[in-house]
Ligand binder design. Structure first.
Ligand code: 6R9
Length: 650
């Protein structure tokens, strides 16, 4: 990656934090100095945010890299830290979750309610024979029981493995088998796009191939008919009849808390293992620092699904350990109409919103009138996660959702990192649209070249992490060698994240997508993200996905799939004219070398369930290969649409 098109995006816009927010911010600029003076002392201080039953003897044991141990000898209970201690501090009546079902039904759970339910679930699981160290699979819609099930496992020391409710029976059974789970917690179904989906039927199909499963615990959400077998138990008959008294035992800081499978599209999914003390420390600290959470006054809403790491760290463990009041929403953003999200912000007075670029770009495509119809004045911090956010999407987010004065924090991290690693601090950083800016205090990230040498400002290469961090993955479940090979072998002594990045002239970081998404065009490395951002900066474009397709003359050629904004005319000659204009626009913005060979105007893009664009599939389309595994596709009909678009353009 030596020849990146460094600094093609001349981004000169800066947004200082609002003065009042900066003055009252939870974390100020001195945190960076404090952490760089003594990183381990800094993290030990952050660990004091939690209640420990036994203090640690050593902050970090790195004697056997890359296998880290944090807070060695310390003991704590995660559920106690998320629930009991808040209740004990007199906050039992504080709302923990404002839950909103897709059909419009609502539930309000206080910390006392959540505590009681979690104790019941902990007692019920124990009664079913689940012991510390056992694995429990969770396959639920976005209902409060999803958080309760996770916390109940944590409470009794069982390791949870949450599987996203959109995954197939095969995906579910593969994950259950890999972890040898004993119990599955599911629901009859959940609501999505106005209809009840069936979850129990999928579990039945999966569990038929999973001899380790002893019980299936079923929450009744939709009331639909379900088949019933010997292993099945209703949640309301098992959990809700159990005692609400349960004493949480402390566990070792390195006790396994959860496994979360990364949604691999080709290879076998990797079971990423997270443990207790370090994970909770960093989830809690980053939620406090990056969102400036004030538990007494803020209403926080993360729109991710609990089946992704974002839901684990920033719906369950970060916010609840901090005693936050949050919104949890079950359904899709366009049911019953495209303003649903903004109605929710308005209704609950949401002050902090954390969502994904894919959603922001979808909202841009739907049009400004939807957010404009709601009162969004309560919002004070906006976050983004999951993909690089294009500068124009960032600007749209700030202007249309953040009334032109809220900080936008673009947070880079991974399932493997467990918690946020690179992000602006809302009260400190003068953020640049599209940049994740700097590693958080206590984190050392860098960009290196092929040989592992740090690149100078203005250079591009591979993102690495130089020092272990508290919430780092400890291994891949059952496969230490794959853990070493995947993350620690590319560069000596550094964690290889698999993302391309560049440092701008100020040393701020710009994420360029997965390294396999870097194109080599006539000997120049060009990142898909840069071309996508150039396309999205054109007023007629809502979203774009760029891939490198094999080309006989240039090695790879740039092919762009582009979704026009709602109002744009693309019929006949207007479409041809737009394509020409867009090609010229990219050439003008990035340089002639980045001009796409081909631009397709399409209605949809194929995305993984977590909203990441599936460039691999698009590459297949661009090269006319038959399509590989599409089971993680959100909507496989999208591919037909795109293939049709391809044909008509030929
Ligand atoms: C949290 C999460 C991890 C991959 C990561 C990177 C991409 C996430 C990003 C970002 C640019 C950001 N990614 N946040 N890229 N800017 N702010 O998404 O975890 O599902 O494991 O995905 O997502 O490519 O390597 P996960």
């Amino acid at each position: 990656m030596s020849e990146t098109l460094a600094n093609l995006l001349q981004e000169n816009r800066r947004f200082e934090p609002p003065a009042a927010l900066a003055d009252a911010a939870n974390v100020k600029a001195d945190a960076y100095e404090e952490a760089s003076a003594d990183r381990l002392a800094f993290w030990a201080k952050q660990a004091q945010r939690l209640d420990w039953a036994r203090e640690w003897d050593q902050v970090l044991d790195w004697s056997n890299p890359p296998f880290a141990k944090w807070f060695v000898g310390g003991e704590l209970n995660v559920a106690y830290n998320c629930l009991d201690r808040h209740v004990a501090a007199g906050k039992g009546d504080k709302v923990a979750i404002h839950w909103e079902g897709e059909p419009g039904d609502t539930r309000t759970l206080t910390y006392a309610d959540l505590h009681a339910l979690t104790c019941q679930a902990a007692n019920a699981l124990t009664e079913l024979g689940v012991r510390a160290g056992d694995r429990v699979a969770i396959y639920l819609p976005m209902i409060p029981e999803a958080a309760v099930a996770m916390l109940a496992c944590a409470r009794i020391g069982a390791t949870h493995s949450v599987v996203f409710g959109g995954f197939s029976a095969d995906a579910l059974s593969g994950r259950i088998q890999d972890a040898s789970a004993k119990v599955v917690i599911t629901a009859d179904g959940g609501y999505r796009r106005g209809k009840p989906s069936g979850l129990k039927t999928i579990v039945d199909e999966a569990v038929a191939q999973c001899p380790t499963i002893e019980h299936v615990l079923v929450v009744r959400r939709t009331g639909q008919d379900v088949a019933w077998g010997e292993r099945d138990l209703w949640w309301h008959e098992t959990v809700e009849t159990a005692s609400t008294e349960h004493e949480a035992q402390p566990f070792d800081a390195e006790h396994p808390l959860f496994i979360l499978y990364t949604s691999g599209t080709t290879a076998k999914p990797k079971g990423i293992l997270h443990t207790t003390g370090g994970y909770l420390t960093q989830a809690s600290y980053t939620h406090h620092a990056v969102f400036d959470l004030k538990p007494e006054t803020d209403v926080y809403w993360c729109t991710a699904d609990i089946g992704w790491v974002t839901g684990h760290s920033y719906i369950v463990y970060g916010p609840l350990s901090n005693g936050a009041t949050q919104v949890m929403y079950e359904g899709t953003p366009d049911t019953p109409h495209k303003g649903r999200f903004w109605d929710i912000v308005d209704k609950y007075g949401v002050t902090i919103l954390y969502t994904a670029p894919t959603l922001i770009r979808t909202m841009m495509k739907w049009g400004d009138e939807f957010p404009a119809a709601a009162n969004l004045s309560s919002l004070r911090v906006l976050g983004s996660v999951g993909e690089p956010i294009n500068p124009e999407a960032w600007m749209w987010y700030r202007k249309n959702i953040g009334h032109d004065n809220t900080p936008v924090v673009d947070t880079w991290w991974q399932t493997e990192t467990g918690a946020i690693m690179i992000s602006p601090l809302p009260g400190v950083t003068a953020a640049k649209p599209g940049s994740a800016m700097r590693p958080l205090p206590g984190i050392s990230a860098d960009v290196v070249d092929d040989e592992g040498n740090s690149v100078p400002n203005g250079g591009g290469g591979f993102l690495v992490l130089r020092e272990p961090w508290p919430s780092m993955l400890r291994t891949i479940w059952g496969d230490d060698q794959r853990f070493v090979d995947t993350y620690w072998s590319r560069f000596q002594g550094m964690y290889f994240a698999g993302d391309g990045a560049k440092k701008d002239d100020d040393g701020d970081l710009w994420l360029l997508g997965r390294v396999d998404d870097v194109m080599l065009v006539s000997g120049h490395n060009i990142s898909t993200t840069e071309v996508e951002s150039a396309l999205v900066s054109h007023p007629s474009v809502a979203e774009a996905a760029v891939v490198g397709a094999t080309d006989p003359t240039t090695g790879q050629a740039i092919v762009a799939f582009t979704i026009p904004r709602g109002s744009v005319d693309t019929e006949g000659e207007a479409g041809e004219a737009l394509i020409k204009e867009l090609r010229d626009h990219v050439a003008k913005t990035l340089g002639p070398i980045a001009k796409p060979r081909q631009i397709m105007l399409v209605a949809e893009l194929p995305k993984t369930r977590s909203g990441k664009i599936m460039r691999r599939l698009l590459r297949d389309v661009a090269e006319h290969r038959s399509l590989g595994d599409v089971t993680t596709l959100q909507d496989s009909t999208v591919m037909d649409l795109i293939s049709d678009g391809m044909k008509s353009a030929k």
